[in-house]
Design a protein around this ligand. Sequence first.
Ligand code: BG6
Length: 278
Amino acid sequence: MSIPKESDVIGLEIDDQTSCTIHLFGATLISWICEGDELIFVSSKAKFDNKSAIRGGVPIVFPNFGPWSQGPQHGFARISRWLVEQFPQKDDCGNVSAVLSLEDSEETRAMWNNHRFKVTLTVTLSRRLLKMRLLVLNKGDSTMSFTCLLHTYFRLPDVSLASVSNLRGLSYIDKARKSEAFIEKHDPLRIDGFIDSIYQNTPNQHTISGLASGKTVNLEKVNLPDTVIWNPWEKALHMDDLGDDYMHMICVEAGNVSTAIELQPKITFEASQTLSII
Ligand code: BG6
């Protein structure tokens, strides 16, 4: 098992039972410990080589969800090194925040229509809550078209005992079944095999149950109308950075991916997700 270098991560800590860790490569949140329990999954085979996307945590998908004709799958943000704008700081209420950012470079401009942008991620940790706020500023003079998503991997003792709420009645694109559209019949949704579904126009809130110590997490999202649920199941055995660890994860991904955001020059797009313990 490889571990991240100390110089590649920043840690936010409230006490020895409450902390989170962000890897600067991709601004990937790789740990959230709440009441002493780790709630975020990172594969034991994850690579911390600052080249490959980290298998687990909360990678930031930007400016493209999925395969991309202009660049890497899920965009370049998760495989770029972000800048620390604000090291972890405690406010008067005891919450700790850190701010990271990513701006266009020669490489991103060559890949992506010469766009000039700044993406800012603010992570705020409270005792039973973790908020991730994403801002995208279009610094250029032409409209920027993009999709984005917070690719959250939740850690579970056993995926087959987990469930996700608030999906019944929604239409979804099932990438595991030739990308055909279906209507979800289950509530809550349980995972018992390969799933890769893009639920559209989802409610602003889901619960994910079956985490460590029987915990349930409430996921609240703003300006992220889609929810992607992913677990590769046995396909993971052919992935060199996952393997049989797939039994201990579920991705519940809040995103804006069905329809691209058309961001006008000098305008900022804002979205967030807040995870809290019920
Ligand atoms: C999900 C996609 O968001 O991410 C899946 O819906 C994809 O299709 C998965 O397989 C993992 O992607 P990657 O690039 O991290 O292997």
